[in-house]
Design a protein around this ligand. Structure first.
Ligand code: ASP
Ligand code: MG
Length: 402
């Protein structure tokens, strides 16, 4: 078998962790498998590198930032190769240049386009364990570009797809994907399996187990993923196309506090206004999430929408600058809001799921400000202070706990 194993920063944080990972990989190697290991930077290295840059200048060039950040992964892969060597197993570390992992040019947020398999295959053929830097690619300017925070998962999936690997295992410091964040919901349960679509919703909602692009890519290329712990031998959670539904409608509950609500009040109630507002924001790179439009009155209407909290100041500035052109009378905003979502492929074919969610929230006395849905998700906007209580209420309401 050809197995791709990805280990996150906390799994390679120090010497002891590195040797634990090395031994685990060697175990599978000695069974005759080909092993490719993808690593993140050790512990908080990436954060520390960002701090270092900020210490030099508040706005470092994005190219140089990526030159800096890619060193983190280079440290962990070379140390891992040394560890394996010292245990008597041939290993080689390789970076994005050596493998030729081609990506788009956007520094800090590049997408992998193509990963060449030749060099890795060559090294595997000579029975080496191949250790690859996660999180980085090479763009058309022959520069390093990073894939966005948490991007090593995507590297692992891209390599698994390129090599037609038999398995892609994502190791982390939790036992798998849970029905809710166990720190907030103590009786949260580990899922045995989850579908790509559900996982994609959860990952996009900020359930920090998998980089959302890694799930997108896994779905596209049919790479079956396993999320499991690097600290124990538990089975983990399988992410795949179709999951046989247990009697459950819902797979999980997730929350996202990085949200703000903006309202534009008294805009003209005529064609093209919504287009102009959201086009103006889109052109400046603002991602809009839930949108709600009021019923028109006396020729005007109000539109509210949510954005990432980090984008709030920028959004307000753009709206203010274009107030007249967009026919806005007033701009309002609310910072202390959060989203809570339920995700489940089962809701597609079952009525009453939304009602049940709202009932649980009503029982917990939580007020709903906005609602949005997709085929496998229902999201509501609520007061940030209500989030943990609402999570537990909804989790219990659907009987998700142990
Ligand atoms: N080291 C990078 C980060 O901290 C990439 C990763 O961990 O996947 O975001
Ligand atoms: Mg991660």
């Amino acid at each position: 078998m050809l197995i791709v194993k990805k280990f996150g920063g906390s799994s390679v944080a120090d010497r002891e962790c590195i040797f634990r990972v090395a031994e685990r990989c060697i175990e599978d190697y000695k069974k005759g498998n080909d092993i490719v290991v993808v690593l993140s930077a050790m512990g908080d290295t990436t954060d520390e590198l960002i701090e270092k840059a900020k210490n030099i200048t508040p706005e470092p060039s994005r190219r140089e930032m990526d030159m800096l950040l890619t060193t983190g992964e280079q440290i962990s892969v070379s140390l891992m190769a040394m560890a394996m060597d010292s245990l008597g197993v041939p290993a080689i570390s390789l970076n994005a240049f050596q493998i030729r992992m081609h990506c788009t040019s956007a520094y800090g947020n590049a997408r992998l386009k193509r990963v060449e398999a030749e060099r890795i295959r060559h090294e595997l053929d000579s029975r080496k364990i191949v250790i690859v830097t996660g999180f980085q690619g090479v763009n058309k300017y022959e520069d390093y570009a990073t894939l966005g925070r948490g991007g090593s998962d995507t590297t692992a999936v891209a390599i698994a797809a390129a090599l037609h690997a038999d398995a892609c295992e994502i190791y982390t410091d939790v036992n798998g994907v849970y029905t809710a964040d166990p720190r907030v919901v103590p009786n949260a349960r580990k899922l045995d399996a989850i579908s790509y679509d559900e996982m994609l919703e959860l990952a996009s909602l900020g359930a920090r187990v998998l980089h959302n692009r890694s799930v997108e890519m896994a779905k596209k290329y049919g790479v079956q993923l396993v999320v499991r712990s690097s600290l124990n031998r538990e089975e983990g959670t399988v992410v795949k196309e179709v999951v046989k539904l247990e009697k459950m409608l819902i797979s999980g509950v997730a929350s996202d506090k990085n949200t703000s609500r903006v309202s534009v009040i008294g805009v003209d109630d005529k064609p093209g206004v919504a287009f102009k507002i959201f086009n103006t924001l889109a052109k400046k790179g603002i991602n809009v999430d839930i949108i709600l439009q009021s019923v028109g009155r006396e020729g005007t209407k109000d539109i509210s929408f949510t954005i990432a909290q980090d984008d709030l100041n920028k959004t307000l500035k753009i709206l203010e600058e274009n107030k007249e052109a967009l026919t806005i009378q007033n701009i309002g905003h609310e910072d202390s809001v959060a989203k809570i979502s339920i995700v489940g492929a089962g809701m597609m074919s079952n009525p009453g799921v939304a009602a049940k969610m709202f009932e649980s929230m009503f029982n917990a006395n939580v007020n709903i400000k906005m609602i949005s849905t997709s085929e496998v998700r229902i999201t509501v906007l609520i007061d940030e202070n209500d989030v943990d209580r609402a999570m537990r209420a909804v989790h219990d309401g659907f009987g998700l706990g142990d």
